[in-house]
Ligand binder design. Sequence first.
Ligand code: ATP
Ligand code: MG
Length: 158
Amino acid sequence: MLYDNIMVPYDGSPSARAALEEAAKFAREDPGMVLHIVQIIDVEARMAKILDSKPSTAGQLSSARLKQLHEQAVEEADAALHRQIDTILSSLLNKVVIEFLEEASPGAQIVAYAEGNGCDLIVMGSRGLGALRGMLGSVSNYVLREADIPVMVVKVAD
Ligand code: ATP
Ligand code: MG
């Protein structure tokens, strides 16, 4: 096997999607390879958004309500991710691990996940959802600098 565990950090951006399509090529060649798709999400911001969309929930939230909001935020992220990537995944026989990590610094979490899960290649996009122009975003720049394993950076034509 060329690679046993490929990690694709996926933020929903066009270049992350291009990275996933590239990783899927490796996966198709080798059904024994495990594909790890990891999305770092800002759960608190998502919880606040759910609350904003509901009429006045004044006062402090109970811990049960917070837990429920947390679950809902992750479930919504999961549903959105599946809507975006299921057509790519449906053509694969490989084991696919989908993981949501909570936002602190995406770059550090990507590197830690890869190390902690025995990944031997990271395939990621050159840019993400950020609005800045330029060749590389801050997350791909960080991962290229800090990861001890090979990193493949995929860009989309602009
Ligand atoms: P910046 O965030 O610095 O404004 P950007 O959004 O254009 O710039 P990056 O964030 O570096 O660029 O994104 C590059 C790649 O990093 C993405 O294509 C994706 O593979 C990965 N990535 C970025 N953010 C996340 C995230 N929250 N979860 C998973 N992967 C991410
Ligand atoms: Mg970004």
